[in-house]
Design a protein. Structure first.
Length: 141
């Protein structure tokens, strides 16, 4: 039995995703494609948050990694009606990142019985990473 099958059977985990990205890659995309890249990839609220930060590229990179990790956890990537803007990283009142799904990603999550979504972001000057765990069971409250 695969590890993912064991996790699903014993804990309600439906999917996990992990992504790591070089901040310089995102910095280059921001410099070369600017507003077009932002508008295609991030929500209005994500753009507003990142643009307020001292080093926006680092925060864009962490959110980019989180979107990739979430798409992996959904087992679709950016296909089957899931777009970049369907996956959003919001902030809870305490500042913790919170995964919010819209459109095709939300429909897919609902169809798969996903009721719990966990996201963790980390970044340093050169790298950003994110992990997403999607599960079923009683909604966290």
């Amino acid at each position: 039995m695969s590890l993912s099958a064991i996790l699903h059977k014993n804990s309600g985990v439906i999917g996990i995703g992990l992504d790591l990205i070089e901040v310089s890659r995102i910095r280059d995309l921001l410099e070369r494609h600017g507003e077009r890249f932002k508008a295609r990839t991030f929500t209005v609220d994500e753009i507003a948050y990142c643009d307020r930060c001292a080093d926006p590229a680092m925060h864009y990179a962490a959110r980019f990694a989180a979107k990739e990790a979430a798409a992996k956890a959904l087992s679709t990537g950016f296909a089957d009606g899931v777009s970049w803007q369907d996956i959003e990283i919001a902030r809870a009142e305490n500042g913790a990142p919170r995964l919010v799904l819209h459109g095709g990603a939300l429909s897919l999550a609902q169809a798969r019985g996903i009721t719990q979504m966990l996201v963790s972001l980390t970044h340093v000057k050169e790298m950003a990473a994110a992990q997403v765990v999607l599960g079923a069971g009683p909604a966290a409250g």
